[in-house]
Design a protein around this ligand. Structure first.
Ligand SMILES: Nc1nc2c(ncn2[C@@H]2O[C@H](COP(=O)(O)OP(=O)(O)O)[C@@H](O)[C@H]2O)c(=O)[nH]1
Ligand SMILES: [Mg+2]
Length: 282
């Protein structure tokens, strides 16, 4: 039926691993066959055992120790090592015909925004293994405090989208925390739902007005340019996600399926229980 891979990206702590677990749990209850691919060489525990795990090839701690590298240099080394040892990936991926991989990525966003390493891996998945790809970029709802942080989150999501060059969905994670903020006292950095809804699918003009109202006039041209850029790339909208809510996870999975045209190349099935005699007599 084809091969599909969902790349779950975003900054550290944005909820990537939790989302991967929720997607796999959802798949289990709905009878779908999803596999976890752990691409984080520094990951620790998983609720679901990864089907493919980069730590079977190389682990960050060993690299840091042996190569005398820090965590970021070590991570880059791990990805370079993976790309030099694609026969390992071949062994891992070769056995499956119908795959739907959920790829849990490291939180160092420079991997998808600054270096070509992730792009090269995706090109291999696409060209050598004929995977259809979709990337998610998670931004934490609590982070989106004001329009300037919305710009920062959106621009890093855009940078990742341009670098990875595949179907892309922006996700605003941890929406359950925001819902709670609606009735509870607003905590520092917390937003209530109505305030945040403005950032899920905002009107670019309103964004610009809001940014201009809170900044020095000498930055207005910059605000306008950023809003124009966000609008040009149709990057403004975020899909809300509460990873603890089955409906929310199911709805995101439908969007992902749609983005990758999941199942659309499936051959139409013969009707099994239909009495074909009715048609032959007619
Ligand atoms: N309330 C709430 N917490 C979440 C949600 N998703 C993740 N978290 C919490 O956020 C923290 C970081 O999540 P994790 O999945 O490890 O983030 P990662 O670094 O992007 O993989 C953990 O404590 C999670 O329990 C969510 O939808 N709602
Ligand atoms: Mg994680």
């Amino acid at each position: 039926m084809g091969r599909y891979a969902v790349l779950v990206t975003g900054p550290a702590g944005s909820g990537k691993s939790t989302l991967c677990t929720s997607l796999l749990t959802h798949a289990q209850t709905t009878g779908r066959n999803l596999h976890l691919f752990n691409l984080d060489p520094a990951a620790e525990n998983f609720e679901f055992k990864p089907t493919v795990d980069i730590r079977d090839l190389i682990g960050l701690e060993d690299v840091m120790e042996e190569m005398q590298l820090g965590p970021n240099g070590g991570l880059v080394y791990c990805f370079e090592y993976l790309l030099e040892n694609l026969d390992w990936l071949d062994e891992q991926l070769g056995a499956f015909e119908d795959d739907y991989l959920i790829i849990d990525c490291p939180g160092q966003i420079e991997l998808y925004t600054h270096t070509p390493l992730m792009t090269r891996l995706l090109t291999t998945l696409q060209q050598t293994y004929q995977f259809r790809l979709c990337s998610l970029y998670l931004v934490e709802s609590n982070f989106i405090d004001d329009v300037n942080k919305f710009f920062a989150g959106t621009l890093s999501a855009m940078s990742s989208m341009i670098n990875l060059d595949c179907s892309h969905i922006n996700v605003m994670s941890k929406m359950d925390l925001v819902k709670r903020g609606e009735t509870a006292q607003r905590t520092k950095g917390g937003k209530n739902k109505r305030e945040l809804d403005r950032y899920l699918d905002p009107d670019p003009l309103l964004l610009m007005e809001e940014a201009n109202a809170s900044s020095n006039p000498k930055f207005h041209a910059l605000n306008e340019a950023i809003v124009q850029l966000i609008d040009d790339f149709s990057m403004v909208s975020f899909m809300p996600l509460d990873a603890t809510d089955e409906d929310s996870v199911g709805s995101l999975l439908s969007h992902i399926d749609h983005a990758m045209q999941y199942g659309e190349d499936e051959e139409p099935k013969e009707p099994k229980d239909m009495d074909m005699g009715d048609f032959e007599d007619a």
